[in-house]
Design a protein around this ligand. Structure first.
Ligand SMILES: *Cc1c(COP(=O)(O)O)cnc(C)c1O
Ligand SMILES: [Zn+2]
Length: 433
């Protein structure tokens, strides 16, 4: 049994709402049940996240109607264009939400040339409303929280999730409480606190914060913890990254995708999205490889991959890539499954390589990424250099966050090349012209 998220069985079904209040019709769209990823046991749609039979993680199951490319293209330029494939009601666009998604897919010719790749795109999720991919998952969690009549919208976070939850809750007019490790980068703290008066800094690492959140979810009624008791709904939001990549490539799948791994949810959901598109006949079936990226200072999934293990041994994180610093990743075993099944790998790089890759992406493509994106681009570079990725195959690398949130990471790397008096002579003396 590989599910690592359940520490306390009492929190299997922490209820955000009055349990007697019935859900409205179509509250979760075409979703039919929550199904256990380990044993297949199904439970009703609700604030449940672990299987009552085996404690395995629950995942949203659907009965999809026929969906056409035209229907999707006629939708809004955000994730709700895929609402038929998400656990959200048909009138989702009527309620205030952050409307994330449909971010740019940029062909990265300069970076490709530098790395020796033939065709490379950057899926740039730093342009979402709170500048990370987390707005996607939070938008879906907010819909679930609303349908379940939650009173408080909450999360334990490595930073970006707290930003997204606090902002979405503010716009939706629902109380937010967000928990972060107290050593988090200052910009990420401010980027949450500006939206909420209930940012709680916890003395401990993310895994300690997560444990505390599970405890609170078990004690308090009416709390929707986006990545704890409504995690199955939250996780589905990451599928939209996969849908968008396929649609923006002209309704086809790429050959290779490089994705950062924190809890591992995003990586597994991009794979799920590709498979759904094939099943729905929206793209042609073809082989693709999925690669996972971690920073060496928190690389439990990469270590398990390299050791040929099926389970992930938890670590204590020590890396500048704080948004990826989950030492006990809930979806780690499933990341191993996806990468092995598709022929990809999980790889890791040092903090210095993360810093170099941030500057590389900025100077080749004009995209300023945070440490998570530095990790992903740096791992892409390493995969090419070590021959683990095919340089002739079409590749997509996902940039999940914005560099302005982790300025300190490169503060010693870049800066003025000269400080001069305001005179032509002084400028000429620099030799820049
Ligand atoms: C949360 C996060 C990830 C990874 O998310 P998981 O789904 O937990 O693996 C990647 N990049 C950034 C910037 C994040 O904030
Ligand atoms: Zn089960």
């Amino acid at each position: 049994m590989s599910a690592s998220i359940v520490e306390n069985p009492d929190t299997l079904a922490a209820a955000p709402a009055d349990p007697k209040k019935p859900l409205r019709d179509g509250a979760f769209g075409n979703a039919t049940a929550l199904a256990c990823r380990e044993c297949g046991h199904e439970v009703e749609l609700g604030p449940f996240y672990a299987c009552p039979e085996c404690f395995g993680p629950l995942e949203v199951a659907y009965d999809f109607p026929a969906v056409t490319r035209e229907q999707i293209a006629a939708g809004p330029a955000n994730i709700w264009r895929y609402k038929a494939l998400l656990p959200v009601p048909d009138d989702i666009e009527q309620s205030p939400n952050m409307e994330p998604g449909f971010t740019r897919l940029l062909e990265a010719r300069n970076l490709a040339a530098t790395l020796g790749l033939e065709k490379l795109w950057v899926k740039d999720d730093s342009t979402n409303p709170t500048n990370s991919f987390k707005d996607r998952v939070v938008a879906c969690a907010l819909s679930a929280a609303r349908e379940l009549d939650a009173k408080v919208f909450a999360c334990p976070s490595t930073g970006n999730l707290a930003n997204a939850v606090a902002a979405a809750g503010a716009r939706a007019g629902i109380k937010t409480v967000v928990f972060i490790p107290s050593n988090l980068e200052k910009p990420k703290q401010i980027n949450s606190a500006v939206y909420t008066d209930s940012l709680v800094a916890v003395e401990g690492n993310y895994d300690d914060v997560n444990k505390l959140a599970s405890e609170i979810a078990g004690e308090e009624d009416g709390w929707a913890f986006v990545n704890v008791n409504v995690r199955p709904f939250y996780a589905e939001g990451s599928k939209t990254l996969g849908y968008e990549i396929a649609e923006q490539l002209g309704w086809r799948l790429p050959d290779q995708v490089v994705i950062p791994v924190a809890s591992g949810s995003q990586l597994t959901k991009v794979d799920k999205a590709f498979q759904e598109l094939v099943k729905l006949g929206l793209v042609e079936d073809k082989p693709y490889k999925i690669f996972g990226a971690q920073a060496t200072g928190c690389s439990p999934v990469s270590a398990a991959f390299k050791d040929g293990k099926k389970v992930v041994r938890p670590v204590k994180p020590d890396t500048i890539a704080k948004s990826l610093a989950i030492g006990n990743p809930a979806d780690g075993p499933y990341v191993l499954d996806v990468c092995r099944r598709t022929g990809g790998v999980v790889e890791d790089i040092s903090d210095d390589e993360v810093r170099e890759a941030i500057v590389l992406l900025a100077r080749t493509e004009g995209i300023f990424t945070e440490t998570a994106g530095g990790t992903t681009v740096g791992v892409l570079k390493k995969l090419v250099e070590t021959g683990q990725l095919d340089p002739t195959a079409e590749t997509v690398v996902i940039n999940t966050g914005h560099g302005l949130k982790t300025l300190d990471a490169v503060a010693d790397q870049v800066g003025p090349v000269a400080t001069i008096a305001p005179s032509y002579a002084a400028f000429a003396a620099t030799g820049i012209a």
